[in-house]
Structure formats: structure tokens, C-alpha cells
Design a protein around this ligand. Structure first.
Ligand SMILES: Cc1cc2nc3c(=O)[nH]c(=O)nc-3n(C[C@H](O)[C@H](O)[C@H](O)COP(=O)(O)OP(=O)(O)OC[C@H]3O[C@@H](n4cnc5c(N)ncnc54)[C@H](O)[C@@H]3O)c2cc1C
Length: 357
């Protein structure tokens, strides 16, 4: 078994960003990714002749300095989210929806021009492909005589340092770690929320942006639901149109067909029969994604224990580093948190004496 200096578990934004930083310093590292694709909670769905639909991460702003810096470095363009100057607003079920004016947006949200997954593609292009292993679900990590053995379904891998980029709750529930991590740290992992893990996103593609007339809007805020919010999701070129929104997460157990019916019924109230002329319906129930979400044992608040101080330490003789968006003390849960977490893990690795031969 070849021994590596480093194994990164998870090929989402944190793992890929870390591998990119390490490869610039010629540090030997591999990524083990459970899914058959990279990107984790970044997933752009592309269908022929349709605007790409972001089923995972979409927006960022001027405050997300690490995202902006990385996009610039990778020569990836951004564009502002189309919000219009008005929104459909439905405050309560007993009164009709209204068209309300939106104040000028002081801090716009941006999207990535060719889809959020172009960030994943560009990072991947900078990494030696031989160092990326897909379809490798890590099941256990064992430290013995100063060396880790990382077991997947088939062959094991070995390294001096292991970095997990899994959401901490998922790591705690699905990967056996030997020797055990400190009890108080395990308790924090067990109570760390996975950001957006319970969310359901949907997208509807159309030939025309019929909602851009003076009595309508593609922006929706509803307290009645089941769609609480929705936005114009047309592409950067503005020649392929779509609406994209969130569906209340409690509808995860319905069939896709029943969810789509609920969505169309709500949207019919605002748009009439035009909404039925969609060319594609797409959705993703993140709760059903085994490599993102596992059921919690008790109720969990959004962002609970995200960025906890215990995630700033290294464990098991400083050979085990826990990274990932939820571990970042800045913007935990978001893409900014993922990139920031990769930088912090990178600094820990660079300062480690373990990599000196
Ligand atoms: C619906 C949705 C909407 C979002 N919207 C936004 C947004 O608008 N703006 C924003 O900034 N952020 C948003 N986010 C959050 C953003 O996607 C995440 O912060 C970021 O992508 C997390 O990256 P990560 O690498 O830390 O974790 P992940 O992307 O979760 O990566 C972890 C990786 O580990 C892999 N893995 C899991 N288990 C194993 C195992 N046992 N062995 C090996 N590999 C394993 C997974 O497959 C995954 O690839 C959204 C997320 C979702 C789900």
C-alpha cells in the first residue's frame, strides 16, 4: 500500500480548494470522494437548451472575500442576481398576495456566470487527476504507530495526516475513528447542524420570462407556502429563462410528482396558466443525499455549533484535522466558510513537523 503524506476525505469545495493549495506547494495529497462526482453541496444541473439550475450553492456577496479572490484567481466571472424592483408577497393565507416594491439593493447577491460548478471544474483542472479517487466512501480511519489507515469498500489507503471535510455530524455518524476522539468533542460534532441539509430546491425552465411584465415578478416571498421564496434564475446571457426556489423541507417524503403539483398549484395563483408551460421541472431533496445528510437524534437549530472553537484544533497527535464549511469561524455553512476552512487547514499542514522527512 502506497503511503501518502496526506489524505483529504471529501471532494467538495473545501477538499478541492485544499488540494489546490497543497498542489501549489507540491505537497503529496489525495482526495477520497464517496460520490461518483465532485462538488458535494455544489451541483449545477444542465439540460439541453435550458438555463442551468443551481440545485445547491448559488449566491455570494461582496463580504465573501475568499470567494471573490478565488473566482478572480481562477478567472471565473460573476453576475448580479436579477431581483427586479418588485416582488410578489403573500403574508397570510386569508388575504390575497400583493405586488410590493423592493428598495434599491445596497448589497447585491451574485451568481457565477457559467454556473457554480464552474468553480469545481476550474479547481479540478488545476489538480493532478491521479490524486482524485471517486466512489470511495471512507468507512473508518485508524491511527496506529503514527500512520493512518483509511478504509473504503475496496482497498485501504494510508497517510501521515488525514483531513476530513465532511459535515461534522455526518463524520461522527458514518465514519469509525480509532482511537476515539475526545468525548466532549464528539458531543459537539453530534450537535452540529449541516447547513442546508434539510432543504429542497426546485427549478422550472421556460421559453419566455413571462413574469417580467409590469404586473408580475420572478421574485416571490410567501409566508403561506409551500414555496417560501423564489427568484428569476435565467442564465447570464439572459436568453434562457428559469425560476428557482425553495420548497418547505417538510415535503421531503412526498413523491416528485406530488411535490411538483404542489409547486405548480401555488405558482398558478400568481401567474395563472402560463406557469404550466414549463419545459423542465427539476428538484433536489438534500435530505435524501446520504453523503450530505443523516437524520439527527434530537432537534437541531440552523447553524448550531457551526464554527465552534473545538473545530479550530487538530486531534490525534495533531495528525487529524477536521475541516469543512461548518468548521469555519467565518461564514460557516457557506461557500465562504468552505474556502476559509481550506485555508486554515492548509496553514495547519504547512506548519506541521510531520511532513519533514
Ligand atoms: C440547497 C443548498 C443551497 C445552498 N446555497 C448556498 C448559497 O447560496 N451560498 C453559499 O455560499 N452556500 C450555499 N450552500 C452551502 C454550500 O453549498 C456549502 O457551504 C459548501 O458547498 C460546503 O462545501 P464543503 O466541501 O465544506 O462540504 P460538502 O460540499 O458537503 O463536501 C463534503 C464532501 O464529502 C463527501 N463525502 C461524504 N461522506 C463521505 C465519505 N464517507 N467518504 C468520502 N467522501 C464523503 C461528499 O460527497 C462531499 O463531496 C448551499 C447548500 C445547499 C445544499
Amino acid at each position: 500500500m502506497k503511503q501518502h503524506d496526506l489524505i483529504i476525505i471529501g471532494g467538495g469545495l473545501t477538499g478541492l480548494c485544499l488540494q489546490y493549495l497543497l498542489s501549489k506547494e507540491s505537497i503529496d495529497a489525495i482526495i477520497l470522494e464517496a460520490r461518483g462526482r465532485l462538488g458535494g453541496r455544489i451541483l449545477t444541473s444542465r439540460k439541453p437548451n435550458c438555463a442551468p439550475i443551481e440545485l445547491g450553492a448559488t449566491w455570494f456577496g461582496d463580504k465573501h472575500k475568499n470567494v471573490l479572490k478565488l473566482l478572480e484567481e481562477l478567472d471565473i466571472q460573476k453576475f448580479p442576481q436579477e431581483l427586479s424592483d418588485r416582488a410578489i408577497y403573500e403574508p397570510i393565507s386569508t388575504s390575497p398576495h400583493q405586488l410590493v416594491s423592493l428598495p434599491p439593493n445596497q448589497s447585491p447577491s451574485f451568481r457565477i456566470k457559467d454556473g457554480t460548478d464552474s468553480l469545481i471544474q476550474q479547481l479540478t483542472a488545476k489538480i493532478d487527476q491521479e490524486n482524485i479517487y471517486l466512489n470511495q466512501q471512507v468507512k473508518s480511519i485508524r491511527l496506529q504507530n503514527g500512520i493512518f489507515t483509511v478504509a473504503c469498500d475496496e482497498k485501504p489507503f494510508s497517510a501521515k495526516i488525514v483531513v476530513s471535510t465532511l459535515p461534522p455530524f455526518l463524520l461522527h455518524k458514518t465514519v469509525k475513528i480509532e482511537p476515539q476522539l475526545p468525548g466532549h468533542f464528539q458531543q459537539i460534532m453530534q450537535q452540529t447542524h449541516t447547513w442546508m441539509g434539510e432543504s429542497i430546491k426546485f427549478g422550472l425552465n421556460f421559453d419566455k420570462a413571462f413574469w417580467r411584465n409590469e404586473n408580475l415578478s420572478g421574485t416571490l416571498f410567501s409566508n403561506v407556502g409551500p414555496i417560501p421564496e423564489m427568484y428569476d434564475h435565467s442564465n447570464f446571457e439572459d436568453n434562457s429563462h428559469a425560476l428557482k426556489g425553495f420548497l418547505n423541507g417538510s415535503y421531503f417524503s412526498l413523491s416528485k410528482e406530488d411535490r411538483s403539483k404542489l409547486i405548480i398549484n401555488q405558482l398558478k395563483k400568481y401567474y395563472g396558466a402560463a406557469i404550466e408551460n414549463y419545459v423542465q421541472y427539476q428538484e433536489l431533496v438534500w435530505r435524501n443525499e446520504a453523503y450530505t445528510f443523516v437524520e439527527y437524534e434530537s432537534s437541531m437549530l440552523p447553524h448550531q455549533n457551526n464554527g465552534h472553537e473545538l473545530y479550530q484544533d487538530a486531534y490525534l497527535n495533531e495528525q487529524f484535522i477536521i475541516a469543512g464549511s461548518e468548521c469555519s469561524s467565518e461564514f460557516p455553512g457557506y461557500m465562504e466558510g468552505a474556502i476559509s476552512s481550506a485555508h486554515i487547514a492548509f496553514e495547519k499542514i504547512k506548519n506541521s513537523t510531520l511532513l519533514v522527512n
